[in-house]
Design a protein around this ligand. Structure first.
Ligand SMILES: NC(=O)c1ccc[n+]([C@@H]2O[C@H](COP(=O)([O-])OP(=O)(O)OC[C@H]3O[C@@H](n4cnc5c(N)ncnc54)[C@H](OP(=O)(O)O)[C@@H]3O)[C@@H](O)[C@H]2O)c1
Length: 317
């Protein structure tokens, strides 16, 4: 009873209670959730609950985070938290928010944030209807494991969204993690998220294809990974220093159409499934090159234009 009174006063006093003492419930402790919770805990944020579908999973996560009472997702004790960091998979956010709204009757004074990049705070509407402030705090980062998140989330870039109170909290958390926050309109979230998709998992997919070609070409296995890592790293360094246009190199940019034709013919023989991808990439690359590519065409008195058109037409899958 004593406890309940204390919790009640924590909620009703709202902003008067120092933020460091606000209890955070981590809902769905996956890779992002565990990494964020450990980093926030180290920065002085109080992780009060770690809630998962399975207690064993919550227990493991709480050990990693270093704090948090282990509970199931439907435990009414979660009412003791003021802040809810919801890090379940995207498709589970709205249903889990609906379930939480059913478990805790009063959401006034509470704040709920999710970490999904492609959707706005509106996924948490069931909680807003019960009085909660809702928002999202999305790291523009790839987090393949909780350990990777501990290394790469600090100093990162975060899209924050939601009502004023939720945005303020999200912004403070980003500051604690020494990051940079920005906001984008709700109707552009998909594009924003798509931009991340276009450069991270797709890059890994392309690297995987290169790795296979190098193996077929006979490059020693021990050389392949460090060589590709150095090469891709160098490409990123160039982008950081010069931007996209000036970082472009290779036969498409030089106008070496014979080399491109040899590539396409080799792909047809060895990995025909890659031909459509290769073709689209060359076309997209030439679009990025834009003026540079046109200057190259005119410098060759029209011959370059013909060969470019010929290449694009001939190898169109
Ligand atoms: N990983 C990234 O690179 C990355 C980057 C930026 C943002 N995000 C966002 O962060 C959020 C979490 O991503 P993640 O990669 O950390 O996911 P994750 O490692 O797969 O973890 C997902 C968590 O959701 C729980 N879960 C799944 N389905 C559920 C359901 N129906 N009900 C309740 N809990 C459920 C899982 O619990 P079980 O263990 O019981 O399955 C697990 O704890 C997502 O919104 C994602 O878009 C991810």
């Amino acid at each position: 009873m004593k406890n309940r009174t204390r919790r009640g006063s924590e909620i009703s006093q709202g902003r008067d209670v120092p933020e460091s003492s606000w209890g955070v419930a981590l809902i769905g402790p996956g890779r992002v959730g565990q990494a964020m919770a450990q980093l926030l805990a180290r920065a002085g944020v109080r992780i009060r609950f770690v809630a998962a579908r399975r207690l064993s999973r919550a227990r493991q996560a709480a050990r990693f985070i270093g704090s948090g009472k282990v509970v199931r997702l439907d435990d009414p004790a979660l009412a003791g938290a003021k802040i809810f960091l919801i890090t379940v998979k995207d498709s589970a956010i709205a249903p889990v928010a609906g379930e939480l709204a059913g478990i805790i009757p009063n959401w006034r004074g509470r704040i709920a944030l999710h970490t999904c990049g492609s959707a706005s705070a509106s996924l948490l509407t069931p909680l807003a209807r019960k009085g909660a402030s809702i928002g999202s705090v999305h790291p523009y980062q790839t987090v393949p494991s909780r350990e990777a998140g501990i290394k790469n989330l600090p100093g990162g870039y975060w899209a924050v969204d939601g009502d004023a109170r939720a945005r303020r909290l999200a912004g403070r958390w980003v500051k604690l993690l020494k990051g940079t926050s920005f906001s984008i309109p709700a109707n552009r979230r998909t594009l924003y998220h798509l931009s991340a998709f276009l450069v991270s998992p797709t890059t890994v997919t392309l690297i995987d294809q290169s790795e296979k070609l190098l193996r077929i070409a006979g490059v020693p296995k021990r050389v392949i990974r460090p060589m590709l890592t150095r090469f891709v790293g160098e490409t990123l360094e160039n982008f950081a220093q010069f931007g996209a246009l000036k970082s472009l190199t290779g036969p498409a940019i030089r106008g070496d159409w014979t080399t491109l034709e040899k590539h396409a013919a080799a792909l047809k023989r060895t990995a025909p499934q890659l031909l459509p991808l290769y073709h689209e990439l060359v076309v997209a690359m030439l679009r990025v090159a834009g003026k540079r590519s046109r200057a190259l065409d005119s410098g060759r008195a029209g011959r370059g234009v013909d060969r470019k058109a010929n290449f694009i037409g001939k190898f169109k899958p």
